[in-house]
Design a binder for this molecule. Structure first.
Ligand code: ASP
Length: 324
């Protein structure tokens, strides 16, 4: 029988609604009590690593999850399921994807409706995630996000709706599979990225979003010795208002790595435009284009690369390989 490590970290999947209709954390995680859910089909090893709403999760907690999985692998587990709040689930999933040298299936799941709400999706998603983690077809696929009968890659999945159970979507590329009758069916696969098996995380890596009329103020606020790196969600294919350029140049002069992605929901950042603030000028100035990742994922990748000690060309090379 397959041994599946279930790591619980909190989120709506572990919460319930009180008499006023507010969704609140529980002292006892209801999902962690469901140890018999796959009785006779898998051996479930439960670890309630922490119990946090996912807006409270930081890269420090992400590293703790990674280390717990490393330990589980040394102990001979066959797969991992992580339950997590959905707000930052995509960031934790991608962090694990970039840092785990695992070949055992690692699946992250959560819920949009808490444990005692009508139509609660938590237990169903948990069961489906275990089924995917326990299936041989799921090996070597990188970290996956399984929700609502779909299998998405950690690299490209994103939360797209505040409340709908079909919130997790993969813009541009689509899911890699679906779950039917308790089994995963895969129809595409990503080429794995380089793994950075880090043991610490750097701080002061920021994410800024460009907007019509953006000025230099936010860039100026980050012009200090602490700033380790910045991801900018540029306009369209990756363009910025010209008034931001002198402040950006000052950040580059400090050797702060600047990464450019697109704020668009679909498509990839590209250096297409040769006007002031266009992608061609930004690339020439030294901004690194990161193609295919949204801002929050590119920030995680920059943070992981910096934590691994990558610099200059190595860092640029690492950040440029999201689409392969
Ligand atoms: N706010 C919740 C969280 O991320 C949302 C959820 O879990 O669905 O913790």
């Amino acid at each position: 029988m397959k041994k599946i490590l279930a790591i619980h970290t909190g989120g709506t999947i572990s919460m319930s609604q009180n008499e006023k209709g507010e969704v609140v954390p529980n002292s006892e995680n209801p999902i962690a009590q469901q140890e018999t859910i796959m009785e006779g089909r898998v051996e479930l090893i439960t670890d309630e690593l922490f119990n946090l709403p996912s807006p409270h999760v930081t890269p420090v907690e992400m590293l703790k999850i990674k280390e717990r999985i490393n330990r589980g692998e040394r102990e001979g587990i066959d797969g991992v399921v992580i339950t997590h709040g959905t707000d930052t689930l995509e960031e934790t999933a991608y962090f694990l994807d970039l840092t785990l040298p695992s070949t055992v299936p690692v699946v992250v799941t959560g819920a949009m409706r808490s444990s005692n709400e009508v139509g609660s999706d938590g237990l169903y998603n948990f069961q489906t995630a275990i089924e995917v983690a326990a299936d041989d077809a799921s090996r070597g696929k990188g970290v996956m996000v399984v929700m609502n009968d779909e299998i998405h890659t950690a690299r490209y999945v994103t939360k797209t709706h505040t409340t709908n159970v079909a919130t997790f979507r993969t813009p541009t590329f689509g899911p890699i599979g679906l779950v039917a009758k308790g089994h995963p069916i895969f129809f595409q696969q990503l080429i794995r990225e380089n793994i950075c098996d880090i043991d610490h995380v750097v701080d002061h890596v920021y994410l800024l979003k460009a907007y019509a009329g953006m000025d230099a103020s936010l860039f100026g606020a980050l012009d200090n010795d602490q700033t380790a790196g910045i991801v900018i969600e540029g306009l369209g294919a990756g363009n910025l208002p010209p008034v931001t350029l002198p402040a950006i140049q000052r950040l580059l002069d400090r050797h702060i790595p600047l990464v450019l992605v697109s704020r668009c929901y679909n498509g990839v950042a590209e250096d297409i435009y040769d006007y002031q603030g266009g992608g061609i000028e930004l690339r020439k100035m030294g901004l690194m284009l990161c193609q295919g990742l949204n801002g929050q994922k590119a920030r995680i990748k920059l943070l992981v690369g910096l934590s691994a000690g990558l610099q200059d060309e190595q860092l640029a090379e690492y950040l440029s390989t999201a689409v392969s």
